[in-house]
Design a binder for this molecule. Structure first.
Ligand SMILES: Nc1ncnc2c1ncn2[C@@H]1O[C@H](COP(=O)(O)OP(=O)(O)OP(=O)(O)O)[C@@H](O)[C@H]1O
Ligand SMILES: [Mg+2]
Length: 490
């Protein structure tokens, strides 16, 4: 079959749209950043209209580069970030509240104190943390305007589907819905008891379709034209799990982007929750049982590199990090806990804050740079250790991707600290590839996930070095984490 599938990767810092051919090659792509708003300490917002306009710009640039027929559009998106808008005008009621935003920490504690944690964890597989959408939606309605019959709410997948279909379709799918705190992952539906506990009226929520399947078709606003099927949507981390061809239970990946997210395929059975970790829906395919995943969510890894660049001017660009870090053999005891937006798995402390300990007169830029890389490694080890507490989630091999995974030093240190092999693919745009495959499979552009498996190619494998000391540094890391916890007051 000739033609292409378009994947839209609506990330936290920018939108990447890509054209993928049938062999699974990205033949063209366009990337644009959009504005980050930090209106208060711990708050992070995006302008939903700017996200849509940026998406359109990337699609326009892409359509100027390719002129093959488009079989389908797939969407993957930053998860948990929520938008509320008016169905009649299409105007957002407020800026989107981003996953990193901590403004609902007190709300989460109140829900816990009211005794809801056990019910929430059993139904959603999540924990009560401001990270997830539910308390952000409740905040929008308390502070941003009371919902009316015309109010619609959605994560970024839902917002883009709504815009691409000209307001005809208000829908999401389980990989995104399972991050809202409002979705029961056994029943596969938004749940009244959860909505009541959080204070979210059910009528504002989208319909839940399958991850791979047709949501609707584009209007003529789409630069590729009207009538193109939008046939796949998935949260970026689940999309990367798909793009890494992690199709068997036990297969796991870590994406080192703004934050890092370790996801393991659990198959169609949902095991008992593991302390400190999340259980979510990986994806659903028509006529098949859902695939679940276990997840460790780390909020800040690549974002600490950006902070070294933009906040401290320690480096001029991200690619300078690794060579700078290699100017020293070790950090001289310096530990950086990048709890810049609290800590996620396995600590779940919204009031943790960034901490640098062990500084001496010998500490310089190389030591700091190296500490940033080590923090990625140690935070990942924290969640992999938590996964190892249950046989069902013990990791045997880790596939990696994301902007920071280009660093060989990071990949080797990760293998050494975990004691497992780390594999990096040729095509590290796994988030994009997942969305392309999910949409293309739905429209018979590809036959099955086996085609995604065939397109996956190993670039480099990092075997653990058994002579590396796995205890001393890690013990110091844990002492440093202790010092970062419960720092901010509410
Ligand atoms: N050469 C490099 N060395 C170290 N870190 C890097 C390098 N290149 C990029 N990064 C880091 O990787 C991150 C970007 O990764 P990636 O492109 O995977 O994220 P993203 O998908 O844009 O993030 P999001 O989806 O959250 O918007 C940035 O935070 C950046 O600091
Ligand atoms: Mg991304």
């Amino acid at each position: 079959m000739s033609g292409i599938v378009i994947a839209i990767d609506a990330g936290t810092t920018g939108i990447r749209s890509a054209a993928v051919d049938q062999a699974g090659n990205i033949i063209s792509f366009s990337y644009r950043e959009f504005t980050q708003h930090f209106p208060n300490p711990g708050w992070v917002e995006h302008d939903a209209n700017e996200i849509w306009q940026t998406t359109l710009t990337t699609l326009q640039e892409l359509s100027a580069q390719v002129d093959e027929p488009v079989a389908a559009i797939g969407i993957t998106n930053q998860r948990e970030t929520v938008v509320a808008w008016d169905r009649s005008t299409g105007e957002p009621l407020h800026n989107a509240i981003v996953w990193q935003d901590r403004r609902t920490a007190a709300r989460c504690r109140a829900l816990d104190e009211a005794g809801h944690l056990e019910m929430v964890r059993r139904r959603t597989g999540l924990v009560l943390d401001p990270y997830f959408s539910g308390t952000k939606i409740a905040w929008l309605f308390d502070e941003g305007g009371v919902p009316t019959e015309n109010t619609a709410v959605g994560t970024i997948d839902t917002w883009l589907i709504w815009k691409l279909t000209g307001g005809a379709v208000h829908a999401t799918e389980p990989s995104n819905a399972s991050r809202t705190l409002l979705f029961d992952i056994d029943e596969m539906a938004f749940n009244q008891e959860l909505c009541d506990a959080l204070g979210v009226p059910m009528h504002v929520l989208p319909d839940v379709s399958t991850t791979s399947g047709r949501f609707g078709t584009t209007t003529s606003d789409c630069p590729f034209g009207a009538g193109i099927p939008i046939s796949g949507a998935a949260g970026d981390q689940q999309s990367a799990l798909f793009g890494q061809a992690c199709f068997s239970p036990g297969d796991a990946k870590n994406t080192y982007g703004t934050g890092s997210f370790v996801l393991m395929n659990l198959g169609s059975q949902r095991p008992a929750p593991t302390e400190g970790l999340l259980t979510s829906v990986a994806w659903t395919m028509p006529g098949q049982a859902p695939t679940y995943c276990a997840e460790g969510a780390i909020f800040v890894t690549g974002a600490a590199v950006q902070w070294l660049r933009d906040g401290l001017n320690v480096i001029g660009e991200a690619a300078e990090l690794e060579p700078l870090a290699l100017q020293c053999d070790d950090t001289g005891g310096v530990m950086f806990v990048p709890a810049l937006t609290g800590l996620g798995s396995p600590w779940w402390d919204p009031n943790a804050r960034g901490t640098i300990v062990g500084i001496t007169r010998g500490t310089g830029r190389p030591e700091l740079a190296r500490a940033v890389i080590e923090a990625m490694v140690f935070q990942t080890r924290d969640v992999v250790e938590a996964m190892g507490a249950s046989a069902a989630t013990t990791i045997g091999r880790l596939r990696v991707d994301g902007g920071a995974s280009v660093m060989d030093t990071l990949c080797q240190m990760q293998a050494d600290q975990l004691g497992v092999t780390v594999e990096r693919p040729v095509n590290q745009q796994t988030t994009v590839m997942g969305a392309a495959f999910l949409a293309g499979i739905a429209e018979d552009f590809w036959g099955s996930p086996a085609d995604a498996q065939a397109a996956w190619q190993l670039q480099e494998s990092f075997a653990p070095n058994a002579s590396v000391d796995r205890s001393t540094g890690y013990a110091n890391w844990q002492r440093a984490v202790d010092r970062s916890l419960a720092w901010a007051s509410e």
